[in-house]
Design a protein around this ligand. Structure first.
Ligand SMILES: Cc1ncc(COP(=O)(O)O)c(C=O)c1O
Length: 393
């Protein structure tokens, strides 16, 4: 991978060190270009008109779904464009015909987006079961074997933790779900942008992720589903085949789940982001980030007064590295990193309050998160600046 060439597509990187890609990634020029091209040259609504622009825009929007599906091996099943991962997960939680007594198995490392929708189902008699992680953020699949049984309707787990970076063994979990007749939802918000992900290989029923974390536009996300048997959350234009005063029939395919005018430029931009990542190769992205993550883990681990959380080695983790400096609030550290060295990191609870409580970290952590455009020099600057902080504060 030619990092220099990649970085030229992200001009802001000449001014700052961006280590907050787990929140939202930067967006390269070709993606901005694809969105501008739609807005300037063929802006029209999709799936409605017969005029030239409408036809062209509809084709591009349809192609975008096909491309995104191909990126995750989802040529079977359906890809629906959503606002983000949160909306995708809520569509599953709201679209299943739950019965009192159903169980949902999830974990304590989940982002609130993959936690609150399941807690709310208590109102409908559904029991959420919450599995705690091992101290380094990984899971023993035995815990899933014990928790998943014939009453488990759905298992909802993140593929990679947005705090600890740990990668969960989703293939093994899928196998257990298959044996017990439970559905599996994988929150892939932190995996799809950084490693090859294939829904056929995992064997899940639903996969959710965000376009804005994978070089795509904000306001874009994806729900892949093996079967389109969810009740649609929204009703309205674009999602129906026929409507009478007595009722309606739904359109086939993704349209059923995309009522109203969608984020057309966003969908087209997301497809361009997929092209961009595929041209580089997700194996190369993963290898590059692994190398930087290893250097970051080693560098931080060597510093006095610094605690690092999550797996200590790169094999079972992604480039999301949480740490704290003894005696300093995470927000304070994040402010100093920005002021002293132009380094952007996230600090606080990372939308995982139950996890922070479990870890005994009420103020949260500082979180550095990488993407393909980061360099070894940037990692060294981060480590040197954290070291400086430990010496002077
Ligand atoms: C693991 C995980 N799940 C869900 C989300 C929610 O993503 P979004 O805000 O795009 O809906 C995030 C965002 O950080 C995340 O890291």
């Amino acid at each position: 991978m030619n990092t220099g060439e990649v970085r030229a597509d992200f001009p802001i990187l000449s001014e700052i060190i961006y280590l907050d890609s787990a929140s939202t990634s930067l967006m390269p020029e070709p993606v901005i270009g694809a969105m501008n091209e739609y807005e300037r040259n063929y802006r029209a609504n999709v799936g409605r008109g017969v005029h030239r622009l409408a036809q062209f825009a509809s084709q591009r929007y349809w192609d975008a779904h096909r491309k995104v599906a191909g990126f995750i091996g989802g040529t079977e099943g359906g890809v629906v464009f959503t606002k983000n991962t949160t909306e995708a997960i809520n569509m599953v939680a709201g679209g299943i015909s739950w019965k009192p007594g159903d169980k949902v198995v999830t974990t304590l490392v989940e982002h609130h987006s993959n936690f609150l929708p399941w807690l709310r189902l208590r109102d409908r008699g559904v029991e959420p079961v919450l599995l705690p992680p091992c101290p380094d953020g990984t899971f023993d699949t035995g815990a899933f074997e014990e928790a998943i049984d014939g009453t488990t309707r759905l298992v909802a787990v993140s593929h990679a933790s947005n705090v600890l970076g740990s990668v969960l063994q989703v293939k093994e979990i899928a196998k257990i779900c298959g044996d017990e007749g439970a559905l599996l939802l994988v929150d892939a918000a932190q995996s799809v942008p950084h490693m090859p992900v294939d829904v056929r290989d995992i064997g899940c029923d639903y996969l959710c992720f965000s376009g804005h974390k994978m070089l795509g536009p904000t306001g874009t996300g994806v729900l892949w589903m093996r079967r389109d048997d969810l009740e649609p959350m929204m009703l309205g234009g674009g999602m129906v085949e026929t409507v009478t005063t007595e009722g309606f029939t739904c359109a086939a395919g993704y349209q059923k789940y995309e009522a109203g005018t969608p984020h057309i430029a966003g969908g087209i931009g997301l497809a361009r982001a997929v092209d961009y990542l595929q041209a580089i190769g997700m194996d190369k992205v993963r290898a590059h980030e692994n190398e930087l993550t290893g250097a970051l883990l080693d560098g931080l681990a060597a510093l006095d007064r610094v605690s690092v959380y999550g797996p200590a080695k790169t094999g079972s983790r992604i480039g999301v590295v949480s740490f704290n400096v003894e005696g300093l609030h995470p927000h304070e550290v994040a402010h100093i990193l920005d002021e002293a060295a132009g380094i952007m990191v996230r600090s606080g609870e990372h939308c995982t309050m139950p996890l922070m409580k479990h870890l005994g970290l009420p103020q949260g952590t500082v979180r550095a998160s990488l993407h393909l455009y980061n360099t070894r020099e940037e990692i060294e600057t981060l480590i040197a600046t954290v070291e400086e902080i430990t010496r002077i504060r």
